[in-house]
Ligand binder design. Structure first.
Ligand SMILES: [Zn+2]
Length: 310
């Protein structure tokens, strides 16, 4: 396994703990003018530090909304603070994946964990937002991409922003739990206008991922009129992929048939991985894999299978 260059490391966030909303690590700025309430959320996964860079950029440079309301939140700070430079991937979560528990089964259920406590504390923050950008990064160095439920309102905004140029569209959810961007009204087509997007900004620890996270954040805010539009980059061709299957790791004997980092394509019927006695086979031609696990852990996601749209 290749070693991971750690270009960007976590920094002390204690100065950001005291917000102004009654919830730790949540900061809100009301312009006093009508307009949308936009939530920029970082660190749903504790080791995805590009979101932290983007969020602290907003706070450190004093970005204030011209209209509407801006909320900046750091979600799984407890996991983030568990960062160990010898095991940089382990601070993704402490107990639960904080991006799979945004259903009432989990939030109103009897189980407890640092992630469930934090998600319960953040419910009102997420509910209050009209539009949500949830900033993530990937374990492998692949081009950045959006992830969103396939509601037209989400696609319209992701395509209008145009960077990232790759889109992972989910017609039937994530397939392994309810992500933050599908909490409440953001989880159904519904009549509401609320847009909720994940931006996967590149590999966790690369400087380019943090730079992109900051740029996407400013683009997202500019799209809704909260900040002035940054200089526009040349339009890139947009490539959208539809999520077909989400596979979890079922056994300790999981192997891809060849090393994968994401965006590789398989022909219909081609073997992608074996998992003990189970085979993961491409269900269609041009089957394109997203987010193959770099270290299989039973019960966690193994790989997402997609097909190109459009
Ligand atoms: Zn993530």
């Amino acid at each position: 396994m290749s070693t991971t260059p750690l270009e960007v490391l976590p920094r002390d966030l204690s100065a950001y703990r005291q917000g102004n909303t009654g919830v730790d690590y949540v900061h809100r700025f009301d312009s006093g003018k009508p307009g949308p309430h936009v939530l920029i959320n970082a660190l749903t996964h504790g080791n995805e530090i590009c979101g932290m860079v983007a969020a602290t950029h907003l706070l450190d440079t004093g970005v204030r909304p011209k209209i509407g309301t801006l909320t900046v939140s750091f979600a799984n700070v407890a996991a983030y603070e568990s960062f160990d430079i010898e095991r940089p991937f382990d601070s993704r979560q402490l107990v639960h994946n904080m991006n799979r528990i945004w259903s009432s089964d989990w939030l109103d259920g009897a189980e407890d964990s640092p992630e469930l406590q934090r998600a319960r504390a953040l419910r009102g923050v997420v509910e209050a937002a009209d539009h949500i950008l949830d900033i993530h990064s990937t374990s492998q160095a692949v081009p950045p991409f959006w992830v969103y439920p396939s509601f037209s309102r989400n696609a319209a905004v992701a395509l209008a922003i145009g960077c990232p140029a790759l889109h992972l569209v989910m017609p039937r959810g994530l397939g392994s739990g309810t992500p933050l961007i599908q909490y409440g009204p953001h989880g159904s087509e519904g009549p509401g206008p609320g847009v909720a997007l994940v931006a996967e900004c590149g590999q966790h620890f690369q400087q380019a991922s943090s730079d992109l996270a900051t740029a996407v954040t400013l683009d997202f805010l500019a799209h809704f009129g909260l900040v002035d539009a940054p200089a526009t980059a040349p339009a890139q061709p947009q490539l959208r992929f539809e999520l077909l299957e989400t596979h979890l790791v079922r056994t300790t004997d999981f192997h891809f048939t060849r090393p994968l980092i994401g965006l590789e394509s398989f022909a219909q019927g081609e073997l992608i991985a074996t998992d003990g006695p189970h085979a993961i086979v491409a269900p269609c031609n041009d089957c394109t894999v997203f987010m193959p696990t770099r270290e299989p852990i039973v019960g966690r996601e193994a790989v997402y299978l997609t097909k190109p749209l459009d």
